[in-house]
Design a protein around this ligand. Structure first.
Ligand code: COA
Length: 631
């Protein structure tokens, strides 16, 4: 189970995987990826009236009746025949005809590249892997070597276009995100960022970057004949890096990437004025991925391990610990501590959690299924250390970034739980959707703690459509509110509570189906709003209404990221008084992370994690204690 699983390390050598999550085919199938992409349907624009009706329905449990009356009038005005809603809808439909996906670029800009908060905690998710069984640098480098070889194995499928197509509900999914995560990096700007993907360059990158003691190195991971280095070879190269970076007093240049995006954008322009700095930064940006060889953290008990590891993945522990041992703009960063703490952090702009975790599942399996195949060693060049010229101005920027990072570290309240009473198996045995069951438990937990229902976000995949990203499942519904209010009401009979729970779960599942089919409301409303901005028209009143702002204030921001590996993803809350909850429902247990901010006196991650555990148990007890025949 997470945090207690010990992995058997084998001596470094060429890895011969036996049962990988995705089988690697060696033959290139040119054009397969594009042919698949072109076969996918385009994201639809939902009907205007449907979205307006559903919008009012989702507001019902979270908006006061008086405000709701006012909003109802605004919505009526918005959607009346010949009105502004119809005009914007036509604009959106026109955009949908002209583009591959009417939403994806707008979403990339609005949700990520124009978002100015630091990527650390506010945007980039972390993933915690089970603790590894080593506590020295040899173990650390051996594992890192195998992990790198595992990623290169996965990369072969991307390069050869042989990645097995994924399915959701029997439908093929868009595979584009897999092509966006290697050799890519976010680049800061003073008021908006960009993402660069070097994988499609004429000469695609053949190196990774490794950071140890805040010092960055370029490690070429392919031989001159294009064959990836073996685990043995990578290990030897990592040893050279380790030995060239023993000093611990270096400036943590990477911490600059943790700052507020505008500040980092300004600092970046200053940093790359120097030619050496520019070349070093470019080497990091272009690299296939970054490996962070972290210094050991204080040893945690098995119970505390997942929580400690989660914060380590999200922010690195502060400027005195490993926060400077990162380049937070890098899309993929694997983190391997000398103490066996292991996981990753990824920059969210190019991809969602599921493709990242699928890659991770493959890599973890690769590192497990290994056998020694020694091969004669060809001497390899020493990995190049990346140099930075630190001017007094850059030093100031580093100091400012350190201070901000330490404030963020202190503010993050995190709890990771391994819920061991049951997993997906129990809801399935009750013929209920496990995801909807967990979401209703979250609703109950929040209601018990805060005595109200709150706007809740759950990510729904839009990958059934070409270039699809996500929409929002609004877990708080009229039915969920009825259930949460009834659950602890002593005047209600169990049989009634069960009926309300079943109805709430069905409503959640129905919203999920609607969302994954591109018929949810949130991205459509955003599209209508952005269309108005693009038309340089006045913003319709429904978007200036307080109900709209309140509906987007997600006190619960949640996501299911299922994995084959016993891991858990984690991320920060999206509002100052909210929670970020991510869960991996395994067959007989559930790993989940809960985050909040210490600066908010109303929230508490540990209490919320406990409330979720209690809610899950109470819902199971309720179902077990209520005889089926009476339902
Ligand atoms: N009775 C019995 N079994 C049921 C059931 C029922 N009524 N309803 C569902 N199940 C089963 C399913 O068949 C499935 O079986 P499996 O474990 O063999 O695959 C399992 O329970 C899980 O189904 P469910 O819990 O309903 O969830 P889902 O797999 O349909 O996922 C979402 C729901 C919303 C998570 C998914 O559609 C999605 O969009 N995922 C992407 C989220 C994302 O992008 N997150 C990243 C953000 S960074």
């Amino acid at each position: 189970m997470l945090g207690t699983v010990a992995r058997t390390m084998v001596k470094a050598g060429m890895v011969k995987p036996s049962s990988l999550v995705k089988p690697v085919s060696v033959t290139r199938i040119a054009g397969r990826y594009l042919a698949h992409q072109e076969s996918l349907p385009k994201l639809p624009v939902p009907p205007l009236q449907q979205t307006c009706d559903r919008y009012l329905a989702v507001l019902d449990p979270v908006i006061e009746p008086e405000k709701l009356n006012h909003t109802q009038k605004l919505v009526e005005e918005f959607q009346k025949p010949g009105g502004v809603g119809e005009r914007l809808q036509k604009g959106l439909e026109g955009r949908a005809k002209k583009t591959e996906n009417w939403l994806s670029d707008w979403w990339l800009q609005t949700a990520y590249l124009e978002y100015r908060m630091p990527v650390v905690i506010y945007s980039s998710p972390g993933v915690v892997l089970p603790r590894l069984e080593f506590s020295d640098c040899q173990g650390q480098m051996r594992y890192a070597a195998k992990l790198i070889a595992g990623v290169l194995d996965f990369k072969t499928m991307i390069d050869n276009e042989t990645l097995p197509v994924e399915y959701l509900g029997g439908k093929q999914l868009c595979m584009n995100q897999y092509y966006q995560v290697l050799s890519s990096c976010r680049i800061p700007g003073t008021n908006r960022d960009t993402v660069a993907n070097y994988a499609l360059d004429k000469k695609s990158p053949t190196h990774i970057t490794v950071v140890h003691n805040f010092q960055f190195f370029v490690l070429d991971v392919y031989n001159s004949d294009g064959i990836p280095l073996t685990v043995d070879q990578i290990y030897i190269q990592l040893e050279k890096i380790w030995n060239s970076s023993l000093e611990t007093n270096k400036e943590p240049i990477g911490i600059l990437t943790s700052n507020h995006r505008n500040s980092w954008g300004k600092a970046y322009n200053n940093l790359i004025k120097d030619k050496t700095n520019k070349e070093s930064v470019r080497a990091i940006q272009k690299s296939i991925l970054t490996i962070c060889l972290d210094a050991p953290m204080p040893r945690a008990s098995d119970n505390m391990y997942p929580t400690r590891a989660a914060v380590q993945m999200l922010h690195g522990g502060g400027s005195r610990l490993n926060s400077g041992n990162r380049w937070f703009d890098k899309t993929l960063q694997f983190i391997i501590g000398e103490d066996g703490m292991c996981g990753m952090i990824y920059e969210h702009a190019p991809a969602e959690g599921p493709p990242i975790v699928a890659l991770l599942d493959h890599v973890v399996e690769y590192t497990k299924n290994s056998e020694m195949v020694r091969i004669p060693m060809v001497p390899l060049p020493v990995p190049q250390k990346l140099c930075f010229n630190i001017t007094p101005e850059i030093k100031n920027d580093i100091e400012e970034a350190k201070q901000n990072m330490n404030i963020m570290v202190h503010d993050l309240d995190m709890k990771v739980n391994v819920f061991s009473h049951f997993g997906k198996n129990f809801p399935k045995s009750q013929k209920m959707s496990p995801d909807a069951f967990i979401q209703m438990a979250l609703q109950l937990a929040y209601y018990r703690m805060h005595k109200r229902c709150c706007p809740t976000y759950e990510s729904a995949s839009l990958r059934m459509f070409r270039l699809g990203r996500t929409d929002t499942i609004r877990s708080t519904s009229i039915d969920s509110a009825r259930f949460t209010k009834a659950m602890d009401d002593p005047t209600k009979q169990n049989i009634e509570k069960v009926a309300l729970l079943e109805k709430a779960i069905k409503a959640h599942r129905a919203y999920t189906d609607m969302a994954v089919q591109g018929q949810a409301i949130d991205r459509h409303l955003l599209g209508l709003k952005l269309q108005a901005i693009e038309d340089l028209a006045a913003l319709p009143e429904i978007f200036m209404d307080t109900s709209y702002a309140e509906a987007l204030h997600y006190n619960l921001s949640t996501s299911q990221v299922p994995a084959k590996t016993d891991c858990v993803m984690c991320f920060g809350p999206v509002v100052p008084d909210g929670y970020g909850v991510c869960y991996n429902p395994m067959e007989s247990h559930i790993n989940y992370s809960v985050s909040a901010f210490n600066s908010c006196k109303d929230t508490n991650a540990s209490q919320m994690a406990q409330a979720l555990e209690d809610a899950l148990i109470d819902m199971k007890t309720l179902l077990e204690q209520t005889p089926k025949s009476k339902l």
